[in-house]
Design a protein around this ligand. Structure first.
Ligand code: MG
Ligand code: MG
Length: 255
């Protein structure tokens, strides 16, 4: 079931989203060659604590997961696409990092992700990250009243495929509200004009995931969480929580 939020609830979701945005900005500022993923998790955790916010990631255990998630961010490096567990790994020059973070504040959830390169960036990685952001912007642009979920999926998929990148099927965006994951699913590829019609008061997490090598295959790492590209190429992920309103899409996790 898709829950419609009141304008007051969307304002409250914006407050949760702002905490996520601050956490991601702090992580990005702290990320550098030699900094560990666990240290980045601590940076995000500090922002959540200062805001009095909880983490929907910490202790999260969906049906596929062998263990509760142990951190407040996902940190996915290079060939990791999403759901990377922060470890003692220290970032190296040229690493492509995707950070996903959530927050719960006042009973509402926010969810957002960024990708960036630490140190000297390869041109191919810059292009991959920029395309992820363009795909996200295209998806948000299609998140308007009267459109359908398939229009968002189509907008994202078109940008990714035109640039020659792969898309991991089976993972994508979702409704969000009191819980981080709600209906409807928002795939990263689809047919325009299909699926649920978008209405004022819907809140969606829109999140393109791109595989740089151009193939779609991925697999789960031995930790049971991290998704990695099958072709060993690098991946990028970008996400915002967005409210669909009569005045247009409102980015609740804007930074
Ligand atoms: Mg996320
Ligand atoms: Mg999400």
């Amino acid at each position: 079931m898709v829950e419609l939020k009141t304008d007051t609830s969307i304002d409250a979701m914006y407050e949760a989203g702002q905490v996520v945005g601050r956490a991601l900005t702090a992580v990005r500022d702290a990320a550098d060659v030699g900094v560990s993923l666990l240290e980045l998790d601590e940076v995000a955790h500090d922002v959540l604590r200062e805001a009095g916010a909880g983490s929907p990631f910490l202790g999260y255990r969906p049906s596929f997961a062998p263990t509760p998630f142990p951190a407040v961010i996902c940190a996915s490096v290079n060939d990791a696409i999403v759901h990377g567990i922060p470890t003692a790994y220290r970032l190296r020059d040229g690493d492509l990092v995707s950070i996903d973070c959530g927050a719960e504040l006042g009973g509402w959830a926010g969810d957002s992700a960024i990708s960036f390169v630490v140190g000297r960036a390869r041109p191919a990685d810059v292009r991959l990250v920029e395309t992820a952001e363009r795909a996200l912007a295209a998806g948000i642009g299609a998140a308007v009243v009267g459109n359908r979920v398939g229009d968002i999926a189509h907008a994202i998929g078109t940008v990714c495929r035109a640039a020659g990148y792969g898309i991991p099927e089976g993972f994508g965006g979702h409704g969000i509200g009191r819980r981080m994951h709600e209906d409807p699913p928002v795939p990263n590829e689809g047919r325009p004009g299909r699926g649920l019609r978008l209405r004022h008061g819907m809140a969606l997490a829109i999140e393109p995931m791109l595989i740089g090598g151009g193939t779609d295959g991925y697999h789960e790492a031995p930790d049971g969480w991290t998704l990695r590209t099958n072709d060993g190429s690098r991946a990028a992920h970008a996400e915002h929580t967005v409210a669909i309103t009569d005045a247009g899409p409102r980015i609740l996790t804007a930074r």
